[in-house]
Design a protein around this ligand. Structure first.
Ligand SMILES: C[S@@+](CC[C@H](N)C(=O)[O-])C[C@H]1O[C@@H](n2cnc3c(N)ncnc32)[C@H](O)[C@@H]1O
Length: 225
């Protein structure tokens, strides 16, 4: 039976579609080959040093669509890796900016230099449309987001789960009312996200939360203090 082709909200030139095809494929192949014994032997950070672990394509398309819907012009991406989700976020921001007024930025964050370098190469392949609106902050996110943070429309938490809550607390004072926070793998990695989820779901939390049924879950939270 022929598979159904669902529409993608991301209208991008053919070279960008091929680049995204290639990067998602590479990421998927790496993830399918993850060897849990090697992760234990090498330690999580060491093992993941050369791995994409890109946001799944359907999730990335959802975040793109959401960024367009809320007209996000300032986005913080916690965890950039090789820059795959950044491409979606920057395409959305550049289109929101073109459609409206004022500047837009995706603040990308990565502490592995080799990953940051590779991410820049990928963005260059996409072209000026996105390179102009990405600001890559290299180094430990808990330091690089401490200063010069503008008001934020959308925060993508795609970082190692144990530091996700610290990142959220760092960005929270800059979230505008109605800002959206997306956290990946909140079903699959629920035990690791225990602190984050308890904080966001507490009865007096300023966040309203919805767990979307993507593979391993995707949390969509809205900041309504
Ligand atoms: C899941 S990956 C991000 C994937 C990316 N969003 C994408 O879709 O391509 C998480 C990234 O966070 C980075 N990271 C982990 N801890 C960090 C820290 N303390 N500061 C900055 N980056 C960090 C890792 O090196 C890794 O590349």
């Amino acid at each position: 039976m022929a598979s159904i082709q669902y529409p993608s909200p991301v209208k991008a030139p053919p070279h960008v579609v091929s680049l995204l095809d290639r990067l998602h494929q590479l990421s998927r192949t790496q993830e399918d080959a993850v060897d849990t014994q090697e992760v234990e032997a090498q330690g999580f950070d060491n093992y993941m040093r050369d791995k994409f672990i890109a946001l799944d394509r359907d999730k990335a398309e959802f975040v793109y669509q959401l960024a367009r819907a809320i007209n996000a012009k300032t986005i913080v991406e916690a965890g950039t890796s090789f820059g795959v989700s950044t491409i979606y976020l920057a395409l959305a921001v550049s289109r929101n900016v073109t459609a409206g007024t004022g500047p837009g930025v995706v603040i990308a964050t990565e502490n592995e230099k080799t990953k940051a370098d590779k991410a820049r190469e990928h963005w260059k392949e996409v072209g000026d449309e996105i390179t102009g609106c990405i600001q890559l902050r290299e180094g430990d996110i808990l330091q690089t987001l401490k200063h010069d943070l503008p008001d934020v429309d959308l925060l993508l938490l795609d970082i190692w789960a144990p530091i996700a809550l610290s990142v959220l607390k760092l960005v929270q004072p800059r979230l505008r009312r109605g800002a959206v926070v997306i956290a990946d793998n909140t079903i699959g990695a629920a035990p690791k996200y225990k602190d984050l989820l308890a904080y966001m779901r507490a009865p007096d939390s300023p966040f309203t939360n919805l767990t979307l049924p993507y593979s391993k879950g995707l949390e969509l939270s809205v900041y309504l203090p």
